[in-house]
Design a binder for this molecule. Sequence first.
Ligand code: 2AM
Ligand code: CA
Ligand code: CA
Ligand code: CA
Length: 283
Amino acid sequence: INDMTDSWQECMNHCVDVTKQAGKIVREALEKDIAVMEKSSPTDLVTETDQRVEKLIISAIREKYPTHCFIGEESVAAGAPSVLSDGPTWIIDPIDGTTNFVHRFPFVSVSIGFTVNKEVEFGIVYSCMEDKMYTARRGKGAFCNGLPIKVSGQEDITKSLVLTEMGLKKDPEHFKTVMDNIQKILNVPVHGVRCPGSAAVNMCLVACGAADAYYHQGIYCWDMAGGAALVTEAGGVIVDITGGPFDLMSRRLIVASSPRVAQRIAQELTVFPCGRDDAPCSH
Ligand code: 2AM
Ligand code: CA
Ligand code: CA
Ligand code: CA
Protein backbone atom coordinates (compact mmCIF):
# COMPACT_ATOMS: atom_id res chain seq x y z
CA ILE A 1 0.00 0.00 0.00
CA ASN A 2 1.35 3.43 -0.97
CA ASP A 3 1.62 5.83 1.93
CA MET A 4 1.18 9.57 1.38
CA THR A 5 4.95 10.09 1.09
CA ASP A 6 5.04 7.90 -2.01
CA SER A 7 2.06 9.60 -3.57
CA TRP A 8 3.78 13.01 -3.34
CA GLN A 9 6.77 11.50 -5.16
CA GLU A 10 4.41 10.48 -7.95
CA CYS A 11 3.06 14.06 -8.05
CA MET A 12 6.61 15.34 -8.30
CA ASN A 13 7.48 13.01 -11.18
CA HIS A 14 4.38 14.14 -13.03
CA CYS A 15 5.28 17.75 -12.28
CA VAL A 16 8.74 17.33 -13.83
CA ASP A 17 7.17 15.94 -17.03
CA VAL A 18 4.60 18.73 -17.23
CA THR A 19 7.24 21.41 -16.50
CA LYS A 20 9.47 20.05 -19.28
CA GLN A 21 6.59 20.26 -21.77
CA ALA A 22 5.75 23.78 -20.58
CA GLY A 23 9.39 24.85 -20.90
CA LYS A 24 9.54 23.53 -24.44
CA ILE A 25 6.53 25.66 -25.38
CA VAL A 26 8.15 28.71 -23.79
CA ARG A 27 11.41 28.05 -25.66
CA GLU A 28 9.62 27.60 -28.98
CA ALA A 29 7.65 30.82 -28.41
CA LEU A 30 10.98 32.68 -28.08
CA GLU A 31 11.66 31.92 -31.74
CA LYS A 32 8.43 33.55 -32.94
CA ASP A 33 7.02 37.07 -32.65
CA ILE A 34 5.97 37.85 -29.08
CA ALA A 35 2.82 39.98 -28.69
CA VAL A 36 3.06 41.91 -25.43
CA MET A 37 0.09 43.05 -23.33
CA GLU A 38 0.12 45.29 -20.24
CA LYS A 39 -1.51 44.21 -16.98
CA SER A 40 -1.59 46.66 -14.04
CA SER A 41 0.98 49.09 -15.49
CA PRO A 42 3.21 49.65 -18.57
CA THR A 43 5.98 47.60 -16.90
CA ASP A 44 3.71 44.75 -15.76
CA LEU A 45 3.72 42.57 -18.88
CA VAL A 46 1.93 39.41 -19.96
CA THR A 47 1.87 37.43 -23.22
CA GLU A 48 -0.39 34.77 -24.69
CA THR A 49 2.32 32.24 -23.85
CA ASP A 50 1.99 33.01 -20.09
CA GLN A 51 -1.75 32.32 -20.29
CA ARG A 52 -1.51 29.31 -22.59
CA VAL A 53 1.24 27.63 -20.56
CA GLU A 54 -0.62 28.10 -17.26
CA LYS A 55 -3.78 26.54 -18.74
CA LEU A 56 -1.76 23.64 -20.09
CA ILE A 57 -0.04 23.00 -16.75
CA ILE A 58 -3.27 23.16 -14.74
CA SER A 59 -5.20 20.89 -17.11
CA ALA A 60 -2.37 18.33 -17.24
CA ILE A 61 -2.22 18.20 -13.44
CA ARG A 62 -5.97 18.39 -12.81
CA GLU A 63 -6.53 15.45 -15.16
CA LYS A 64 -4.43 13.27 -12.83
CA TYR A 65 -5.30 14.93 -9.50
CA PRO A 66 -8.86 16.27 -9.83
CA THR A 67 -9.26 17.05 -6.11
CA HIS A 68 -6.11 19.17 -5.76
CA CYS A 69 -6.16 22.98 -5.45
CA PHE A 70 -4.38 25.45 -7.73
CA ILE A 71 -3.00 28.97 -7.36
CA GLY A 72 -1.64 30.30 -10.65
CA GLU A 73 -0.53 33.84 -11.48
CA GLU A 74 -2.63 34.21 -14.62
CA SER A 75 -5.68 32.48 -13.09
CA VAL A 76 -5.55 34.91 -10.16
CA ALA A 77 -5.19 37.77 -12.67
CA ALA A 78 -8.38 36.45 -14.29
CA GLY A 79 -10.21 36.52 -10.93
CA ALA A 80 -9.45 33.14 -9.30
CA PRO A 81 -8.90 33.24 -5.52
CA SER A 82 -5.39 33.27 -4.07
CA VAL A 83 -5.94 31.50 -0.77
CA LEU A 84 -3.68 28.74 0.51
CA SER A 85 -5.63 25.87 2.10
CA ASP A 86 -4.34 22.78 3.95
CA GLY A 87 -5.09 20.52 1.01
CA PRO A 88 -2.59 19.54 -1.68
CA THR A 89 -2.03 22.77 -3.64
CA TRP A 90 -0.07 23.49 -6.82
CA ILE A 91 1.34 27.02 -6.91
CA ILE A 92 2.18 27.89 -10.50
CA ASP A 93 4.11 30.61 -12.27
CA PRO A 94 3.92 29.68 -15.97
CA ILE A 95 6.63 32.19 -16.96
CA ASP A 96 8.70 33.75 -14.20
CA GLY A 97 10.61 36.55 -15.87
CA THR A 98 8.06 37.69 -18.46
CA THR A 99 10.03 40.90 -19.15
CA ASN A 100 13.12 38.76 -19.78
CA PHE A 101 11.02 36.50 -22.04
CA VAL A 102 9.83 39.50 -24.06
CA HIS A 103 13.44 40.68 -24.51
CA ARG A 104 14.94 37.18 -24.79
CA PHE A 105 17.17 37.95 -21.78
CA PRO A 106 18.22 34.44 -20.77
CA PHE A 107 16.64 34.04 -17.29
CA VAL A 108 13.15 32.76 -17.97
CA SER A 109 11.61 29.97 -15.93
CA VAL A 110 8.57 27.83 -15.32
CA SER A 111 8.10 27.53 -11.55
CA ILE A 112 5.86 25.16 -9.63
CA GLY A 113 5.67 24.61 -5.88
CA PHE A 114 3.48 21.94 -4.27
CA THR A 115 2.20 22.44 -0.74
CA VAL A 116 0.46 20.17 1.76
CA ASN A 117 -0.74 21.68 5.06
CA LYS A 118 0.69 24.97 3.77
CA GLU A 119 4.22 23.51 3.74
CA VAL A 120 6.18 23.21 0.49
CA GLU A 121 6.57 19.48 -0.23
CA PHE A 122 8.52 19.87 -3.48
CA GLY A 123 9.53 22.57 -5.94
CA ILE A 124 10.44 22.51 -9.62
CA VAL A 125 12.03 25.44 -11.46
CA TYR A 126 12.89 24.97 -15.12
CA SER A 127 15.19 27.67 -16.51
CA CYS A 128 14.06 27.28 -20.13
CA MET A 129 16.78 29.10 -22.06
CA GLU A 130 19.58 27.57 -20.01
CA ASP A 131 17.88 24.15 -20.12
CA LYS A 132 18.39 23.72 -16.37
CA MET A 133 15.82 21.65 -14.49
CA TYR A 134 15.99 22.44 -10.76
CA THR A 135 14.18 19.97 -8.50
CA ALA A 136 13.88 19.62 -4.73
CA ARG A 137 11.75 17.47 -2.51
CA ARG A 138 11.40 18.07 1.25
CA GLY A 139 14.13 16.12 3.08
CA LYS A 140 15.59 14.72 -0.14
CA GLY A 141 18.02 17.43 -1.29
CA ALA A 142 18.18 19.82 -4.24
CA PHE A 143 19.28 19.03 -7.79
CA CYS A 144 20.05 20.70 -11.10
CA ASN A 145 19.64 18.39 -14.09
CA GLY A 146 19.85 15.46 -11.66
CA LEU A 147 23.11 16.52 -9.99
CA PRO A 148 23.07 17.60 -6.32
CA ILE A 149 23.49 21.32 -5.63
CA LYS A 150 24.23 23.27 -2.47
CA VAL A 151 24.50 26.87 -1.33
CA SER A 152 27.89 28.59 -1.00
CA GLY A 153 27.66 28.55 2.79
CA GLN A 154 29.08 32.09 2.78
CA GLU A 155 28.77 33.68 6.24
CA ASP A 156 30.47 36.98 5.51
CA ILE A 157 28.18 39.55 3.91
CA THR A 158 31.16 41.62 2.73
CA LYS A 159 32.15 38.68 0.51
CA SER A 160 28.60 38.13 -0.79
CA LEU A 161 26.98 38.60 -4.18
CA VAL A 162 23.42 39.75 -3.50
CA LEU A 163 20.45 39.49 -5.85
CA THR A 164 17.33 41.64 -5.83
CA GLU A 165 14.92 43.23 -8.33
CA MET A 166 14.01 46.82 -9.05
CA GLY A 167 10.52 46.20 -10.47
CA LEU A 168 7.10 47.07 -9.04
CA LYS A 169 7.75 50.81 -8.94
CA LYS A 170 4.25 52.09 -8.23
CA ASP A 171 4.45 55.29 -6.21
CA PRO A 172 7.54 57.51 -5.71
CA GLU A 173 7.85 56.72 -2.00
CA HIS A 174 7.81 53.00 -2.66
CA PHE A 175 10.35 53.42 -5.46
CA LYS A 176 12.64 55.44 -3.20
CA THR A 177 12.60 52.72 -0.53
CA VAL A 178 13.55 50.09 -3.13
CA MET A 179 16.47 52.22 -4.34
CA ASP A 180 17.60 53.20 -0.82
CA ASN A 181 17.63 49.54 0.15
CA ILE A 182 19.90 48.70 -2.78
CA GLN A 183 22.21 51.53 -1.75
CA LYS A 184 22.28 50.30 1.86
CA ILE A 185 23.28 46.81 0.74
CA LEU A 186 25.98 48.18 -1.60
CA ASN A 187 27.30 50.31 1.26
CA VAL A 188 27.71 47.39 3.72
CA PRO A 189 29.75 46.70 1.48
CA VAL A 190 29.05 43.55 -0.54
CA HIS A 191 30.88 42.20 -3.60
CA GLY A 192 27.99 43.28 -5.83
CA VAL A 193 24.24 43.49 -6.40
CA ARG A 194 22.58 41.87 -9.44
CA CYS A 195 19.02 41.93 -10.83
CA PRO A 196 18.63 38.85 -13.04
CA GLY A 197 14.85 39.33 -13.51
CA SER A 198 13.32 36.03 -12.40
CA ALA A 199 12.54 35.50 -8.72
CA ALA A 200 12.56 31.72 -9.14
CA VAL A 201 15.90 31.72 -10.97
CA ASN A 202 17.32 34.05 -8.31
CA MET A 203 16.43 31.49 -5.66
CA CYS A 204 18.04 28.72 -7.73
CA LEU A 205 21.20 30.82 -8.19
CA VAL A 206 21.49 31.01 -4.39
CA ALA A 207 20.66 27.30 -4.12
CA CYS A 208 23.54 26.36 -6.43
CA GLY A 209 26.05 28.77 -4.86
CA ALA A 210 26.30 31.20 -7.81
CA ALA A 211 25.00 33.98 -5.54
CA ASP A 212 24.97 34.27 -1.75
CA ALA A 213 21.66 36.02 -1.08
CA TYR A 214 18.45 37.33 -2.63
CA TYR A 215 15.85 39.65 -1.15
CA HIS A 216 12.64 41.05 -2.61
CA GLN A 217 9.49 42.80 -1.38
CA GLY A 218 6.21 42.90 -3.29
CA ILE A 219 6.30 39.56 -5.09
CA TYR A 220 3.76 36.73 -4.79
CA CYS A 221 3.52 33.14 -3.60
CA TRP A 222 3.95 31.86 -7.19
CA ASP A 223 7.25 33.75 -7.43
CA MET A 224 8.56 32.02 -4.29
CA ALA A 225 6.97 28.55 -3.87
CA GLY A 226 9.05 26.53 -6.35
CA GLY A 227 12.35 28.21 -5.45
CA ALA A 228 11.71 27.90 -1.71
CA ALA A 229 12.14 24.12 -1.85
CA LEU A 230 15.36 24.51 -3.80
CA VAL A 231 16.90 26.95 -1.32
CA THR A 232 15.96 25.00 1.80
CA GLU A 233 17.04 21.64 0.41
CA ALA A 234 20.34 23.09 -0.85
CA GLY A 235 21.17 24.10 2.75
CA GLY A 236 20.15 27.75 2.51
CA VAL A 237 17.79 29.77 4.67
CA ILE A 238 14.65 31.75 3.92
CA VAL A 239 13.38 34.37 6.36
CA ASP A 240 10.92 37.21 6.31
CA ILE A 241 12.25 40.63 5.29
CA THR A 242 12.21 41.52 9.04
CA GLY A 243 14.43 38.52 9.84
CA GLY A 244 11.49 36.60 11.37
CA PRO A 245 9.94 33.37 10.08
CA PHE A 246 9.18 33.13 6.35
CA ASP A 247 5.52 33.15 5.29
CA LEU A 248 4.77 32.08 1.72
CA MET A 249 1.74 34.41 1.51
CA SER A 250 3.54 37.48 2.89
CA ARG A 251 4.87 38.75 -0.47
CA ARG A 252 8.45 39.23 0.73
CA LEU A 253 11.55 37.27 1.63
CA ILE A 254 15.28 37.12 2.26
CA VAL A 255 17.08 34.06 0.92
CA ALA A 256 20.67 33.43 1.98
CA SER A 257 23.58 31.00 2.07
CA SER A 258 23.67 31.21 5.88
CA PRO A 259 21.51 32.53 8.75
CA ARG A 260 24.20 35.11 9.47
CA VAL A 261 24.02 36.70 6.01
CA ALA A 262 20.19 36.59 6.12
CA GLN A 263 20.06 38.44 9.46
CA ARG A 264 22.68 40.97 8.34
CA ILE A 265 20.56 41.83 5.27
CA ALA A 266 17.40 42.07 7.43
CA GLN A 267 19.23 44.59 9.62
CA GLU A 268 19.86 46.87 6.62
CA LEU A 269 16.50 46.82 4.87
CA THR A 270 13.60 49.20 5.27
CA VAL A 271 10.33 47.26 5.17
CA PHE A 272 7.41 48.68 3.19
CA PRO A 273 3.77 47.57 3.30
CA CYS A 274 2.88 45.32 0.38
CA GLY A 275 -0.22 43.49 1.61
CA ARG A 276 -0.59 39.72 1.43
CA ASP A 277 -1.49 37.28 -1.33
CA ASP A 278 -4.54 36.17 0.65
CA ALA A 279 -5.65 39.76 1.34
CA PRO A 280 -4.64 41.72 -1.76
CA CYS A 281 -4.12 45.46 -1.66
CA SER A 282 -3.08 48.01 -4.28
CA HIS A 283 0.68 47.34 -4.36
P1 2AM B 1 6.86 37.64 -13.44
O1 2AM B 1 7.83 37.73 -14.55
O2 2AM B 1 6.21 36.30 -13.31
O3 2AM B 1 5.83 38.74 -13.43
C1 2AM B 1 11.04 40.63 -11.79
O4 2AM B 1 11.20 41.78 -11.07
C2 2AM B 1 10.54 39.52 -10.90
O5 2AM B 1 9.49 40.01 -10.06
C3 2AM B 1 9.95 38.39 -11.69
O6 2AM B 1 10.11 37.21 -10.97
C4 2AM B 1 8.51 38.81 -11.79
O7 2AM B 1 7.64 37.75 -12.05
C5 2AM B 1 8.27 39.34 -10.40
N1 2AM B 1 7.11 40.21 -10.33
C6 2AM B 1 6.06 40.03 -9.50
N2 2AM B 1 5.14 40.97 -9.69
C7 2AM B 1 5.59 41.77 -10.68
C8 2AM B 1 5.06 42.96 -11.34
N3 2AM B 1 3.87 43.47 -11.02
N4 2AM B 1 5.81 43.53 -12.30
C9 2AM B 1 7.01 43.01 -12.64
N5 2AM B 1 7.54 41.91 -12.05
C10 2AM B 1 6.85 41.29 -11.08
CA1 CA C 1 3.69 38.74 -14.12
CA1 CA D 1 6.75 35.53 -11.27
CA1 CA E 1 4.73 34.99 -14.31
